[in-house]
Design a protein around this ligand. Structure first.
Ligand code: FES
Length: 336
C-alpha cells in the first residue's frame, strides 16, 4: 500500500457538529474508562460523514482531544485505513474493487469508464458529483465486479456491473435519481441468474425464520432472504359428523401453561436470577416484569412454559433450553 498523507490544502477552520460530537460520546461511553481510545474508528467514521466524506486535520485533532490521544496516534490510524478519505471527495464517492475476482470479471472496463468520466484515480469530477479510488476486495466477490458508492447518508454496494450498466448507474446518480443497490442485472442477491436452483422444495428449512443478531429486536429473515413468507394456512379439516356423544361433550379448553405467577416478590427477597447462566440484567428485568422472581418458578417450567416465556420476553426460540435455565434453576432452588 502506498503511503497515505493528509491533504496539503486544509480548510481554514473546521469543527465537528454538535450531533457528531454527541454520536462520538455515545461510542466513547461503550468502553471502560481506560479503554476509550477503542472508540477511535467509529469516531473517525462519524467525523468523515460530518465533514462531507473526508476527514480534515482539524477533525483529527478534535477527536484526539476527545479521546485523550496524542494526535500522531490518530494520524497513524487514519492514514492506515483506506476507508478514511484524507482529501475532499465528490458527492458520490466510488470505491471500485480491482482485486482478482472482480478483475477477472471485468473491473478494468469499469476503471476505463471512471477514468474517462472523472479522471485519474483520486480525482473529483468538475461538477463535484463523482470521485473514485480503486480498493481491495470488498467481500462481495460472488457478485463481481462491484463498487461501493458512498454519499452523505449511505454506503451502498452495486454489483454484477458491466461497463454499460455502470455508465447508466453513474448517469442516474449524477441526475439525483435513486438507484437500487445490489446486483445490477437480474440476479437476486447472489443466487444464480434466472433464479434459485437449490433448496427450492419443502425440505426441513423451508420457511425457516432466523433472527438477525445485530438488527433491531423484531427483524426476522427467511433463510431464503427477504421478509419471511406469510404462514401457510393449514388445510381446513372436514367437520366430523356429529354423534350423540360429541354433542354432549363440553368444549375442551387448551391446557394452560403452568408458569407460577406472582404479583411481586411477596415472600421475601427475590432470587438473583442472574446466577442462571444466560440471564443477564435485561432478561432478569423482563422476567420480573412478568411476575417471575424465584428459582423455584423456573425449575417448574415445562416445554409449553418455556415456549410461552420465550415469547413473553422476546427471546430467541430455543435459547432457554440451550442454556439449560430450568436445570440450573433446579440446582439453585435446591441450594436454597
Ligand atoms: S474481489 Fe471484488 S469484492 Fe472481492
Amino acid at each position: 500500500m502506498s503511503a497515505r498523507r493528509l491533504a496539503i490544502s486544509q480548510p481554514d477552520s473546521f469543527q465537528l457538529s454538535a450531533s457528531a460530537k454527541k454520536k462520538i460520546q455515545h461510542w466513547i461511553k461503550k468502553y471502560p474508562k481506560d479503554r476509550q481510545r477503542s472508540a477511535l474508528i467509529p469516531a473517525l467514521w462519524i467525523a468523515q460523514k460530518d465533514a462531507g466524506g473526508w476527514v480534515p486535520e482539524a477533525a483529527l485533532r478534535e477527536i484526539g482531544d476527545m479521546l485523550g490521544m496524542a494526535y500522531i496516534r490518530v494520524y497513524e490510524v487514519v492514514t492506515f485505513y483506506t476507508m478514511f478519505n484524507l482529501e475532499p471527495v465528490g458527492e458520490h464517492h466510488i470505491q471500485l474493487c480491482g482485486t482478482t475476482p472482480c478483475w477477472l470479471r471485468g473491473s478494468d472496463d469499469l476503471i476505463a469508464v471512471l477514468k474517462r468520466r472523472i479522471g485519474p484515480q483520486g480525482s473529483v469530477s468538475e461538477d463535484g458529483k463523482l470521485s473514485w479510488v480503486e480498493v481491495e476486495c470488498l467481500g462481495a466477490c460472488a457478485n463481481a465486479p462491484m463498487a461501493q458508492i458512498s454519499n452523505a447518508k449511505d454506503d451502498m454496494y452495486y454489483e454484477d456491473l458491466t461497463a454499460e450498466s455502470f455508465e447508466a448507474l453513474l448517469d442516474n446518480l449524477v441526475a439525483g435519481k435513486t438507484v437500487d443497490s445490489g446486483p445490477q442485472n437480474s440476479r437476486h442477491t447472489s443466487e444464480p441468474e434466472g433464479g434459485n436452483i437449490a433448496l427450492t422444495g419443502e425440505g426441513p428449512y423451508h420457511d425457516t425464520v432466523v433472527y438477525l443478531p445485530n438488527a433491531p429486536k423484531k427483524t426476522k429473515m427467511s433463510v431464503h432472504g427477504g421478509a419471511p413468507k406469510a404462514k401457510r394456512k393449514a388445510p381446513a379439516k372436514k367437520a366430523a359428523p356429529k354423534t350423540a356423544a360429541s354433542k354432549k361433550a363440553p368444549a375442551q379448553k387448551a391446557p394452560k401453561p403452568k408458569v407460577i405467577y406472582t404479583d411481586g416478590p411477596t415472600d421475601g427477597k427475590p432470587d438473583d436470577l442472574k446466577k442462571i447462566k444466560g440471564i443477564g440484567p435485561k432478561f432478569e428485568g423482563d422476567l420480573n416484569g412478568k411476575g417471575i422472581y424465584y428459582y423455584r418458578q423456573i425449575a417448574n417450567w415445562k416445554a409449553a412454559d418455556v415456549k410461552m416465556v420465550e415469547e413473553l420476553i422476546d427471546s430467541i426460540p430455543g435459547r432457554i433450553k440451550r442454556d439449560e435455565w430450568v436445570k440450573q434453576a433446579k440446582t439453585l432452588a435446591k441450594k436454597g
